[in-house]
Design a protein around this ligand. Structure first.
Ligand SMILES: [Zn+2]
Length: 138
């Protein structure tokens, strides 16, 4: 299960971060998920909860928050940065496709200024452990 594997990776990163910060107990985690990351958010949250509560005592009482990071494209031709809503589309069918299948943004993205399809993804991909709060002796 994709989501469980990701939740497990988040947990390992959280424990590493807690160790670095000298935390005995983690109280709060904020996880940022890029909108191009193909996950079931509910399933991911559930996996996170079950993984967190069962696998390590330091994380047993942690609350967590999953936030979504918007995708940002950077045009390689003119340097313009743009979001998914700035993409100019030829017809509404493509808009629907992007809405339901976010990774298709790759196929349809065109710079709104110069029209170039040559871009890189600056944000909105992957999963980041954005914030960790807790207590400990240091
Ligand atoms: Zn451009």
């Amino acid at each position: 299960m994709h989501e469980l594997a990701l939740a497990d990776a988040v947990m390992k990163a959280a424990l590493r971060a807690a160790e670095d910060a000298g935390m005995d107990r983690v109280e709060r985690l904020v996880v940022k998920v890029g909108e191009l990351q193909q996950i079931e958010k509910d399933l991911f949250e559930f996996s996170l909860t079950s993984v967190l509560s069962s696998q390590d005592q330091r994380l047993a009482d942690a609350s967590f928050q999953v936030t979504e990071e918007r995708v940002r494209f950077g045009c390689n031709a003119c340097g313009r940065e743009y979001g998914r809503n700035d993409i100019s589309l030829d017809d509404s069918d493509q808009g629907e496709a992007i809405h339901f299948i976010p990774e298709l943004s790759h196929a349809f993205a065109r710079c709104p200024d110069c029209g170039s399809p040559d871009f890189e993804i600056l944000a909105g991909r992957g999963i980041t452990l954005e914030r960790i709060e807790g207590t400990g002796d240091g």
